[in-house]
Design a protein. Structure first.
Ligand SMILES: Cc1cc2nc3c(=O)[nH]c(=O)nc-3n(C[C@H](O)[C@H](O)[C@H](O)COP(=O)(O)OP(=O)(O)OC[C@H]3O[C@@H](n4cnc5c(N)ncnc54)[C@H](O)[C@@H]3O)c2cc1C
Length: 467
């Protein structure tokens, strides 16, 4: 047999330097492993984690307690499972709940700073969206990786997984900046932390042809490389059929600066004909799915001055930007008018249609029963709907965007990649590369959450499991 020419050898190889990959590197190094991280992009700040809004779901934190919010792991598990329509893998949801508070504390100890308030968003029974500056977060994680003396090689994508005669993963091929391919041996394991596939147009079109018209806003490297490599070894997948855009991006927008979610603060959503088409308290992923069937695949968030003022107060309390708030960028994108008929005119909604929808909605709020869509709360199970009646009135033209793909490689609770129900020895995955955690829909703040929490698990386990 010809020996494979390895160009270098470490215990753990990690593909991707986003939230999951950096957390995996820290944990693997702390467990005593030698680690090498490969990153496809040229810069640290091109990952989804870095360009995200930075809102993360944690339960039972000191910040929740300071805000008088009572939460529990059990409540969080129930919320995530319910939001995912019970299609989630309960073992992954339990693993998240069991490790999330420790991850929150690890991040805080590393120097991550949090907004003093927490927000209630999709799927939550109580506010548990903890906001941080995602660029600070990723820089702090990279600093911790540097402290462990783990090299991160940029512009060096992992292109292939290398297996031995038993099918165990024993290394990777990488494309070096020089254009040469080299082979790196991973004595203990390889962690795929390479994000999702929001920029893999071919795979998305197979799932739903309409996705070719949906804007992708994820990290630039999200071409589904990890998924492709794992599938090449026969790995199973979970939840890919549930990929959906998220309803929150301004119709002309491209980045997270253009995101607004004020229907969770009391706004409603109408289509371009001025008609409501959905229960606004459900997950923005479910709202986006319904919106794909609306004219121009677009809707308007409609709200009044009461909601506007609430959002400004939330912004001041949070101390930084958030989808719940109205900063200068978002205010510039708003249509506003002192009467609903003027707003109809500005938004090009048929005359009288918006007035009719709001009259009907206000009647539902007063009577306590939304006979059209069954809205009973503001977000998830939290808050009470309120009448829309105080001028001026506002409209924010909104579309769905693919910011994350949520489904992907099947893993067990140790983050080992599964093939027909059994782990592929030596192969781990974490973050957006995996499926099974979210189920059919999405509980806010758990995409970054699962990257960080499961990244740590994957790195720690890969370090310990020698072949
Ligand atoms: C605009 C926006 C806002 C968002 N807001 C939120 C939010 O507020 N809360 C929330 O929970 N989620 C949010 N998300 C989703 C969330 O940010 C991601 O799902 C999560 O951060 C993914 O983490 P990750 O580590 O898996 O991927 P990333 O952080 O993207 O890291 C993956 C890295 O792998 C690299 N890579 C890819 N292929 C290879 C390869 N072959 N070899 C080496 N490297 C490779 C990529 O370049 C990338 O740097 C948002 C996403 C976007 C785009």
């Amino acid at each position: 047999m010809i020996a494979i020419p390895w160009s270098s050898e470490v215990d753990v190889v990690i593909a991707g330097a986003g939230g999951a990959g950096l957390e995996a590197a820290i944990e693997a190094a702390l467990a005593g492993a030698s680690v090498l991280v490969f990153e496809k992009q040229a810069r640290l700040l091109e990952s989804s984690t870095a360009i995200s809004v930075g809102r993360i779901s944690f339960a039972c934190t000191e910040i929740q307690k300071q805000n008088g919010i009572e939460d529990s792991n059990d409540l969080m598990i129930r919320d995530i499972m319910e939001t995912g329509h019970y299609k989630n893998d309960p073992e992954l949801v339990q693993a998240y709940a069991a490790n999330q508070l420790d991850t929150f504390r690890q991040l805080t100890n590393l120097g991550v700073r949090w907004s003093p308030t927490v927000s209630a968003l999709a799927g939550m029974s109580v506010p548990r969206g903890h906001l941080t500056d995602p660029i600070d977060l990723i820089r702090i994680l990279k600093r911790a990786v540097d402290v462990q003396k783990v090299p991160v090689l940029f512009q060096t994508p992992v292109t292939e997984l290398i297996t031995d005669q038993n099918g165990s993963v024993i290394g990777v091929s990488v494309l070096e900046r020089s254009g040469l391919t080299s082979r790196v041996r991973a004595r203990n394991g390889v962690v795929l932390a390479s994000g999702g596939f929001a920029r893999d147009a071919q795979r998305l079109t197979i799932i739903d042809a309409r996705f070719s018209k949906v804007v992708a806003t994820s990290g630039a490297g999200h071409h589904g490389d990890g998924l492709r490599m794992a599938l090449g070894l026969g790995a199973s997948t979970r939840d890919i059929e549930f990929v959906q855009p998220s309803f929150e991006l301004h119709a002309n927008g491209v980045t997270s600066d253009d995101i607004l979610i004020l229907y969770y603060q009391g706004g409603i959503i109408v289509n371009t004909l001025g008609k409501r088409f959905v229960n606004e308290s459900i997950s923005y992923k479910d709202i986006a799915r319904v919106c794909l069937d609306q004219p121009r695949m677009m809707g308007f968030q409609i709200f009044d001055q009461t909601v506007f003022e609430k959002a400004v107060v939330a912004q001041q309390a949070a101390g930084q930007g958030s989808p719940m708030t109205l900063d200068a960028v978002k205010i510039r994108m708003l249509l506003s008018a002192t009467t609903l008929s003027e707003l109809e005119d500005k938004a090009d909604i048929p005359s009288g249609a918006l007035q009719q929808s709001i009259d009907r909605y206000n009647h539902f709020v007063t009577s306590g029963i939304d006979v059209d869509f069954g809205r009973q709360s503001l977000a998830g199970k939290y808050g009470s709907p309120q009448r829309i009646e105080k001028p001026p009135f506002y409209a924010f033209a909104t579309i769905g965007h693919l910011l994350a793909t949520y489904g992907g490689i099947a893993v067990d609770k140790e983050m080992q990649v599964l093939r027909n129900g059994s782990p592929i020895p030596g192969l781990y995955a974490a973050g957006e590369a995996i499926g099974g955690f979210h189920g059919a829909s999405y509980h806010s703040g758990t995409a970054i959450g699962k990257a960080l929490v499961f990244g740590r698990l994957a790195g720690g386990n890969a370090a310990l499991h020698k072949h």
